[in-house]
Design a protein around this ligand. Structure first.
Ligand SMILES: [Zn+2]
Ligand SMILES: [Zn+2]
Length: 138
């Protein structure tokens, strides 16, 4: 895992600092994580890690598109390592985020919808809100 994150930073021409490695590891372990969650995990391994350091590095990784922000209604944004376009299942109770494959028709349809709008389609972000399995059985 260590090597994978090192490689990732290298691919994006980013300096591989120990802080960045820990931040990526934390995000990797959760799939999607907000700043507080990243901080909680990262500081266990890297005791000098501050919340400000997490913020600063997450911002830098976002700028380079290594990370992607998942903006959520009623919950703090989460961050994930950039991968191919997919949708999210978001739990309204606990804020859990799960990846779900995006049917390519939805993507093409969105593109088609924007055609008459003199709008350059770039990307599609889709959050599907509901109640997750864990909260449902509570
Ligand atoms: Zn839930
Ligand atoms: Zn995702």
């Amino acid at each position: 895992m260590q090597n994978r994150n090192l490689e990732l930073l290298k691919n994006y021409h980013l300096k591989a600092t120990p802080q960045r490695i820990e931040i990526l590891k934390a995000i990797d372990s959760l799939g999607h994580a907000n700043i507080d969650e990243i901080y909680e995990i990262a500081k266990k391994r890297h005791s000098t890690m501050s919340l400000a350091t997490v913020y600063k590095n997450v911002t830098a990784l976002l700028e380079k598109n290594l990370l992607k922000e998942v903006a959520l209604n009623n919950f703090k944004s989460k961050y994930e390592i950039t991968k191919k376009t997919h949708a999210h299942l978001v739990c309204k109770e606990c804020g859990a985020v799960e990846d779900i494959d995006l049917n390519s028709n939805i993507y093409e349809e969105s593109k088609a919808l924007t055609k008459d709008k003199e709008f350059n389609f770039d990307d599609l972000e889709l959050n599907i809100y509901g109640i997750c399995k864990k909260c449902k059985t509570k």
